[in-house]
Design a protein around this ligand. Structure first.
Ligand code: SAH
Ligand code: F3S
Length: 466
């Protein structure tokens, strides 16, 4: 059978989409190629969030096309996902060797299109149409294809799209309107994962705090399951109802989710951390800026005070809460005073870690047309300064773990050193330690003996009795 190599750019949603595409291809009999050099099909699942993510994928495809044109002209080349959605046929005009362009609502069609192209039934395929019910098509998993054989943690896509339209963000255009899967559909997927050995699920969406908000009349899912069964409990959001339903699955140990939005972060979600023990004390809550003026220009829908209030409430419920965030520096019109507000927010919250991004103008977004786009040097300097602050705090917080016993879920061989194992604390920190295969998938306590800037090192598990 032909083999496929799939490379993924961007976020966890993209990783999940790639896994579902790979599972689809494997189910049809395709093999997964260990590298692009030996593959019959090479697919790049793309990201559009910043210009450099798009450039990376375009450069990669340019190289592949040049390499294969002479030696192996039969290789099928394809772009999938966000950049495929936003640029469509333009990609083939720019790179005529590309055979396939598949947008974000058509991942479930990829295997059929690849079949057609390999069999010569079609020359080129561009499919970036919208499809009702497509949010429920990302459900097949390829667990045993995971690098270390046994997948302990799995991503589950609960919704697609975003209606928030932050002025810098291309996602509402590449991922479309918010559409949520039904609770029974998601629970069935999680149950199956647990039956296959998964111990932790990460519920994924661009704005999970909006889950089910637009689901008064959800589209019938593709497999014919009915609409969701939401309780009419006005004080409990659909998202918290979903977490409760997943929490009830026997054998599941941990639940995580990403990303919530501060605007929709209700007290019911804060309270869920207090009463649902499988919901681990870890929160990724994008803040973007510490300046109210910039937050408003970004159309974020909250203030600095509201953001800090959520953090305070979360820490009141779970003092150990690991908190991470996303921040953009150099948004149009950001002054030194605005930037100082971001620095002070970072110092005040003391994030366990933060992703700091340089603002990148995206096509058709309102911010790209705003006055006062900042010079590259200013953005660079603020980026470096903020990153140094973030890292200093992150290292200090890691150091504070030295000597402590922490509960970890063992995921498999360490990515840095495959002779060791790696697990994750409830607060989402990686712990590397010596153990044996039988520890994989176990929840265990490990004493932290050393904290490096981004990794914790634990006592050998061999010494523990469990
Ligand atoms: N709600 C999504 C956000 C997707 S984009 C989520 O699940 O996290 C991820 C992050 O990229 C955003 O939080 C933001 O910090 C950053 N980002 C988005 N658009 C950007 C742009 N135009 N320039 C720089 N960073 C951007
Ligand atoms: Fe993008 Fe804002 Fe939605 S960052 S994904 S438009 S919440």
């Amino acid at each position: 059978m032909p083999s496929v190599f799939l490379k993924t750019y961007g976020c966890q949603m993209n990783e999940r989409d790639s896994e579902a595409v790979a599972a689809q291809l494997v189910a049809k009999g395709y093999a997964l190629a260990p590298s692009e050099a030996v593959a019959d099909v090479v697919l790049l699942n793309t990201c559009s969030v910043r210009d450099n993510a798009e450039q990376k994928a375009i450069d990669k495809m340019t190289n592949l096309a040049g390499q294969f044109r002479k030696q192996r002209p039969g290789v099928v080349l394809g772009f999938l996902g966000c950049m495929a959605q936003s640029r469509g046929k333009e990609l083939i005009d720019q790179l005529p060797d590309v055979d396939l362009v598949v947008g974000t609502q058509k991942f479930h069609r990829v295997a059929d299109y690849v079949d057609d192209l390999l069999a010569g039934r079609r020359d080129q395929v561009v499919d970036t149409d919208e499809e009702r019910g497509s949010e429920a098509t990302i459900k097949k998993h390829l667990l045993n294809g995971a690098a270390h054989g046994k997948a302990v943690s799995a991503f589950v896509s609960i919704m697609q799209g975003c209606n928030q339209y932050c002025t810098f963000c291309i996602v509402p255009y590449t991922r479309g309107q918010e559409r949520s899967r039904t609770i029974p559909d998601i629970v069935a997927e999680c149950r199956e994962l647990v039956a296959r050995g998964v111990r932790e699920v990460m519920l994924l969406g661009q704005i999970v705090t909006s889950y089910g908000r637009r689901a008064e009349r959800p589209a019938p899912s593709v497999d014919g399951q009915g609409p969701s069964t939401l309780d009419p409990r006005p004080s409990t959001s659909a998202f918290v109802q979903l977490i409760e339903a997943v929490h009830a699955i026997e054998g599941l140990e941990r639940i995580r989710f990403t990303s919530p939005h501060p605007k929709g972060y209700g007290d019911d979600l804060v309270a869920a951390y207090g009463r649902l023990p499988k919901l681990v004390e870890s929160a990724h809550l994008p803040v973007q800026s510490g300046s109210d003026r910039i937050l408003k220009l970004m159309h974020r829908g909250y203030t600095r005070a509201r953001y800090l209030d959520i953090i305070t409430k979360l820490r009141a419920v779970r003092p150990e809460m690991g908190i991470t965030t996303d921040i953009i520096v150099g948004f149009p019109g950001e002054t030194e005073a605005d930037f100082a507000e971001t620095l002070s927010l970072v110092r005040e919250v003391e994030f366990d870690n933060a992703f700091v991004f340089k603002y990148s103008p995206r096509r058709d977004t309102p911010a790209a047309a705003m006055p006062d786009q900042l010079p590259e040097e200013v953005i660079e300097a603020r980026h470096a300064q903020l990153l140094a602050t973030v890292n200093e705090i992150a290292e200090r917080k890691n150091k504070a773990c030295e000597g402590r016993m922490l509960e970890i879920l063992v995921e498999g061989p360490s990515r840095k050193n495959p002779a060791r194992l790696e697990g994750r604390t409830r607060t989402n920190k990686i712990v590397v330690f010596e153990g044996s295969d039988r520890h994989i998938g176990q929840v265990m306590n490990v004493r932290i003996v050393h904290a490096a800037p981004f990794t914790l090192y634990g006592d050998p598990a061999i010494l523990n009795l469990n």
